[in-house]
Design a protein around this ligand. Structure first.
Ligand code: FES
Length: 574
């Protein structure tokens, strides 16, 4: 392997030349209190940190960045911490997904516009992982990801509580009148009790696991709880490693091949991962020039057993997963289903990284001889209601509803649903199909996680706990139920979902991978002719850019001008 020379570093273009500009760049770094030989000819490592005081999942990342810096210094690099958009899943409205591409753009431009030779990407709360990775891929400078890690288990009366999953579950009970005010208040105080991201197999735990499966994390890093001392040591090791990656010139697109993406999909299925991962993986792959389409997820799902017994598909939480061995033994168990020769950030192959990994608790991480489910948790559906595809998380659905025909009860948007769902005069029974329109990439906008539509109170009180629900929205990875999601094209742009009316018959056939609206084509053509696009919602700012350039769900919801591998020239330094 050829190693870079100090004068070949990107940062040397800023700090090396004996010119007036070079003087200016060096003098300003010395203004910060550094000696010239701290940073001239040394790998400058950007620690792109999505810490903020309004992001509880990243509350520890400020402190953890110091550990990364320690590693960078130890290895002879020069660390600079650079803050980036902290997309907090809980608070960012109208939908955090709107801002994933903004973080990606910010990350890309930080890594291209500044004197940076490599990057440590610090994130974990849902959209931050794909956002940071998308930016680093497009900048294509050496990068390693440091995941925030899951928070500790929630606790209520000694019982473990899982992020999201248990809120949905107990909210349904509260609506049904079986949970008191005091119990509900106690849960609120016990469900999130340490820094770190959601500790169910939601989007955060899924995406950091997939980042590891892609080869972008140190082995085993993704499942370490945020507050475990191993997390600090992992951060130091990542800081050390990125300096070497710079000398080796190991860049994201050297790692993120089709094999890496197939490994990620396989792991996604084996962990019963969030359906959001499908959108993010497609977006990441497109930035690498790797062709990845929805049928690949279905194909790999059918051959991959679900091994992680983690909520919402299973019973345990991420802390249990870590104590059971974490992601390495789960991946080792997948054996020939993975490309073991795929490269990873530590310079070894995936197979080498998995050697010797053993499951500690076979209830939490199941062996292939005793899987949670024989095949993966996701099915891709097509049909006249979803010509470009739709997604269902079968591992979190009710088996009897996976073959179901019922009459549609249609809500035009979320507000309409909120206003009418609990009305006594809503004509609905347990066989009805709940349809939510106006919740896609443009309609939501940002595909809010509304896909697990609430059930009507009157049916909850009768003991109904699941119904078939269909939307162009996403669903939180912590959610569950028979929910068909990501219907593409979305209703906002006139996709067939926009044409559904109350009383229409809809058929779901998961085994046959079909989703169909049983309305005569002539009638659909007439409705299509009457359909009018909604008024433009955003006339200014980032949301106007988003509205103009975002792609549909099956294309990854990236901006059309950011997909692909077209190079942006290195900045000229004058
Ligand atoms: Fe941050 Fe769930 S709210 S990961």
């Amino acid at each position: 392997m050829t190693r870079k020379l100090p004068e070949q570093l990107r940062s040397h273009r800023w700090f090396g030349p004996p010119t007036m500009r070079g003087f200016g760049h060096r003098s300003r770094m010395r203004q910060l209190g550094h000696q010239a030989d701290d940073f001239v000819g040394k790998p400058v490592i950007a620690i792109v940190n999505t810490w903020s005081e309004i992001n509880p999942c990243h509350a520890h990342l400020r402190e953890r960045a110091e550990a990364v810096k320690r590693g960078v210094w130890q290895a002879g690099g020069f660390p600079v911490e650079i803050p980036a958009l902290s997309i907090t899943e809980t608070y960012f409205k109208p939908s955090p997904m709107l801002f994933r591409n903004l973080l990606a753009m910010e990350t890309e431009e930080i890594l291209r516009g500044l004197p940076v030779d490599g990057a440590v990407l610090m994130g974990g709360c849902d959209k931050t992982t794909p956002g940071l990775l998308m930016g680093a891929i497009s900048a294509n400078v050496p990068a390693i990801f440091v995941p925030a890690g899951p928070m500790l288990r929630g606790n209520w009366k000694g019982k473990p509580l899982g992020s999201g999953t248990d809120i949905w579950k107990f909210w349904a009970e509260r609506c049904a009148g079986t949970i008191t005010d005091q119990e509900w208040n106690d849960m609120e105080g016990g469900i999130a009790r340490s820094p770190g991201f959601c500790m169910t197999m939601g989007t955060a735990a899924t995406m950091t696991a997939l980042a590891e499966a892609l080869g972008m994390l140190l082995p085993g890093a993704s499942s370490i709880p945020a507050v475990d001392s191993n997390h600090t040591r992992m951060a130091v090791d990542s800081g050390r490693r990125i300096v070497e990656m710079v000398w080796e010139d190991m860049k994201p697109r050297d790692i993120l091949t089709l094999a890496a993406f197939e490994n990620a999909i396989t792991v996604d299925m084996a962990i019963g991962g969030s359906t959001n991962a499908i959108i993010h993986l497609v977006a990441l792959a497109r930035r690498c020039g790797v062709p990845l389409d929805l049928p690949a997820f279905d194909r790999i799902s059918q051959r991959t057993p679900v091994l992680a017994n983690i909520r919402p598909s299973g019973a345990f939480l991420m802390e249990d997963f870590y104590y059971a061995g974490g992601l390495r033994p789960l991946m080792a168990e997948l054996g020939e289903l993975l490309h073991r020769d795929a490269p990873t950030v530590n310079g070894r192959t995936m197979g080498e990284n998995l050697a010797g990994a053993a499951i500690v608790n076979t209830e939490v991480i199941r062996p292939r001889t005793n899987p949670l489910a024989a095949s993966g948790g996701t099915a891709i559906l097509y049909g006249n209601l979803a010509p470009d595809g739709a997604v269902i998380k079968t591992s979190a659905a009710t088996p009897r509803l996976m073959q179901h025909t019922g009459r549609a009860v249609v809500f035009r948007n979320y507000a309409d649903m909120e206003a009418r769902m609990d009305r006594d005069d809503l004509a609905i029974d347990e066989n009805s199909v709940l349809v939510l329109q106006g919740a896609g990439p443009l309609g939501g906008p940002g595909m809010p996680e509304w896909g697990m539509l609430p059930l009507p109170k009157k049916l909850l009180e009768r003991g109904v706990r699941d119904m078939l629900r269909i939307s162009d929205a996403r669903m939180s990875g912590t959610s569950y139920g028979t929910c068909v999601l990501h219907v593409s094209p979305e209703s906002h742009v006139g996709g067939p979902l926009a044409l559904v009316r109350d009383g229409d018959e809809i058929s779901l056939d998961v085994a046959g991978r079909r989703l169909d609206l049983r309305v005569p084509e002539a009638e659909l053509a007439s409705r299509r002719a009457q359909w009018r696009p909604p008024d433009r919602r955003y006339a200014r700012g980032y949301l106007a850019l988003y509205s103009d350039r975002v792609t549909q769900a099956h294309e990854g919801c990236d901006f059309d001008f950011l997909t692909g591998t077209t190079e942006t020239p290195e900045p000229e330094i004058h």
